[in-house]
Design a protein around this ligand. Structure first.
Ligand code: COI
Length: 357
């Protein structure tokens, strides 16, 4: 179990009236209810300052704010869980701190020092501890956000930035197995591009193609490489993993694929279980061939919001392929259960993944 011992100068303003009693914890939507407080820090062009826990509230932003025009903004996603004894645990937040800084470098933004990221998180979650749900399948989704704050309509990197951490108690992101369509026209990311950065533009560009797939009855896309549309990349909301011939197969990360923390955790757990792993290019033709000859045993998405999301159907070139029954998916069901047990503190954290608040 990780702990942090950080002495930061963080000011504190408590909400006048908590909204906690208004929340129905038995029916939590995803991402609509925010907790009482947020953590905020400002970068003035030289240094991070004015670290504070403040009431979650609207902010005033100039119409000339650079983020609104040019999208110089990045974010992260992580989750906190409450154990049976009432302890709050966060899943691998130091990984998110590191990934946010990789995104920051790519988007020409200042890095957020890990002690501010993790120290701010500790302070915020200590304040809003009561918001971490205890109902089955729910958790506290944590959204760190870094965005440009200069007021300037010319195209240049902002000098000033704001870092915020906000939280929402959430239920499932997908509440049933997902149907995915292989996208072979639109492109999410290319080599040399920003696909690995968790930046708004990647998500904005996915909206039209995803909506078109939703109109056809799918939930999500399988993005393919931008050059040939031949190889599996990721799903935009999660990384993609397959069990083919008793081996766990997933696309290697690179410029165009998000280096998912759930993805890398699944790979580590699979390795520890003795499951053979292949991180490599997976051609759509191989995937469809494996569905046809029965060697594809399991398909699932892995992400913070999505957790382990079973895939029930894959659409390709107008044909819908139904995948094997969820109950028989030994590997992903086992991984899901083991992850849940770890996150809720029901098994020992032998890898030191959980940060205690
Ligand atoms: C996450 O899983 O944390 C994400 O940021 C994905 C987003 C589509 C909700």
């Amino acid at each position: 179990m990780m702990t942090t011992d950080l002495a930061l100068d963080i000011s504190f303003e408590r909400v006048a009236k908590s909204r906690l009693s208004e929340v129905d914890f038995n029916h939590l939507p995803f991402g609509k209810i925010m907790t009482d407080h947020m953590f905020v820090a400002d970068y003035d062009g030289q240094e991070w300052k004015d670290l504070r826990v403040a009431p979650f509230a609207n902010m005033s932003i100039s119409p000339a704010n650079l983020t609104l025009h040019y999208g110089q903004t990045i974010f992260e996603g992580m989750k906190a869980y409450k154990t049976a004894s009432g302890e709050v645990l966060v899943f691998r937040p130091e990984q998110n701190a590191r990934r946010m800084n990789k995104s920051a470098v790519r988007m020409y933004m200042p890095e957020v020092p890990e002690e501010i990221f993790l120290g701010g998180l500790q302070e915020l979650l200590s304040t809003d501890k009561a918001w971490v749900p205890t109902t089955q399948g729910s958790s506290l989704y944590i959204r760190p956000l870094l965005f440009a704050t200069d007021e300037f309509v010319g195209l240049q990197p902002s000098q000033t930035y704001r870092f915020i951490i906000m939280c929402c108690p959430v239920g499932a992101y997908y509440n049933k197995p997902v149907k995915v369509k292989v996208e072979t026209h639109f492109t999410r990311a290319v080599e040399g591009g920003i696909g690995y950065a968790k930046t708004a533009g990647n998500y904005a560009a996915s909206m039209l193609p995803t909506q078109l797939a939703i109109e056809e009855g799918y939930d999500q896309l399988i993005w393919t490489d931008g050059k040939e549309h031949k190889y599996v990349e990721e799903a935009g909301s999660m990384n993609l993993m397959f069990v083919i011939n008793n081996k766990l197969v997933t696309a290697s990360t690179g410029d165009s694929i998000l280096d998912g923390i759930t993805r890398k955790s699944v790979l580590q757990m699979a390795k520890d279980m003795g499951m053979p792993i292949e991180e490599r290019k997976l051609a759509i033709s191989e995937l469809i061939g494996a569905i046809k000859d029965g060697s594809l045993q399991e398909a699932f998405g892995a992400g913070t919001a999505a957790t382990i999301a079973h895939i029930s159907q894959i659409g390709y070139e107008g044909i819908r392929y139904d995948l094997p029954a969820i109950e028989g998916r030994t590997f992903s069901n086992k991984i899901y259960q083991e992850m849940e047990n770890l996150k809720y503190g029901r098994i020992e954290d032998t890898r030191g993944w959980m940060m205690k608040i």
